[in-house]
Design a protein. Structure first.
Length: 317
């Protein structure tokens, strides 16, 4: 009994991941799926088969839970952006273990060295905001940070994305208080430019897990409305109806700026994103997008839309 084929490392969970085991001699064989930090996430049992082929992708769907680091090094391994899976095949007379394979929580395959983003590479960043870039790296890759200051001078800093894997690059505008423009130059893979702006009074920063396995962020300039929704649980008694439990959620309606079609394509993913956060008092709070559809308002070549967010947790009363 041995593993005839396994999916390649850094394959996306949104595509089938076929595994094949051959030369099975015992009548019953089971495959245990061990996910790092999760333990056994599934078991497949096969009876009276000499070879089997199966897809592990459905077991991995929705297993990644992103975290947003508010502090730390500029370049870090994206350990919360990947899944480490080991297969153990067991029969009455044999036990074999596969190499550990790393998978990405994304929809499509990528080039060995790529910037994983769904947003344009020209962006706005307020002086009190941070952004994050996710790289799928092959060999070690140099990054250069080019900062243009208010007095017209330019300074540079160099970083290295080490070796193969998923890495995130954190850019905190507060580290460059007199900057007017910052360019993250990862040539030839990608160049991302940021124009620094004043903080938006009343703006709301939102982050989400994108289809490419990256963490994207966008500041909605306008809070259009706030809504309090209340759910009541009632029971009927001899004296009438009585409320026995009550839970509330404070929801918020956000409106985007007028954006290009390229930016809108990335923002539309908010509607189906598995994880969404809103920056509240320096902390990213988990949120739920309650829209079932987006009404996109057009103004010439630019468009905008409204998004309703509610906390994932309800407040009991």
């Amino acid at each position: 009994m041995h593993f005839e084929s396994l999916p390649p490392s850094y394959a996306p969970t949104g595509q089938p991941m076929w595994c094949t085991i051959t030369e099975i001699t015992d009548p019953v064989m089971e495959v245990q799926l061990h996910l790092s930090s999760h333990g056994i996430i599934g078991i497949k049992r096969f009876v009276n088969q000499s070879s089997v082929t199966f897809d592990v992708a459905p077991y991995l769907a929705r297993r990644v839970r992103f975290k947003i680091p508010l502090a730390g090094s500029a370049v870090e391994i994206g350990s919360d952006r990947q899944l480490m899976l080991t297969l153990v095949a067991v029969s009455a007379s044999e036990r074999i273990t596969s190499p550990t394979i790393i998978y990405r929580p994304a929809q499509d395959n990528e080039e060995p060295t790529a910037l994983l983003t769904t947003l344009p590479t020209e962006r706005l960043l307020a002086a009190n905001e941070m952004d994050e870039l996710t790289f799928l790296s092959g060999p070690p890759q140099p990054l250069q940070l080019v900062v243009t200051h208010r007095d017209g001078t330019i300074s540079t800093s160099s970083f290295i994305i080490p070796g193969t894997g998923l890495f995130r690059f954190r850019l905190d505008a507060a580290d460059y208080p007199d900057a007017t423009r910052i360019v993250v130059d990862g040539s030839p893979t990608a160049v991302v430019g940021y124009t620094l702006t004043h903080p938006l009074e009343g703006g709301c920063r939102v982050a989400w897990h994108s289809s490419r396995g990256s963490l994207e962020q966008y500041t909605f300039p306008l809070v259009k409305a706030k809504r309090l929704t209340v759910e009541k649980e009632r029971i009927d008694s001899d004296t009438g109806s009585e409320v026995v439990r009550c839970a509330s959620r404070a929801c918020i309606v956000l409106q985007s700026a007028l954006e290009s079609e390229e930016m809108m394509q990335g923002l539309k993913e908010l509607l189906s994103a598995e994880q969404v956060w809103m920056l509240c008092d320096g902390v990213y709070e988990p949120m739920e997008v309650v829209n079932d559809e987006l009404e996109i308002l057009c103004d010439g070549l630019f468009t905008c839309f409204e998004l309703t967010l509610c906390p994932t947790r309800k407040n009991g009363m």
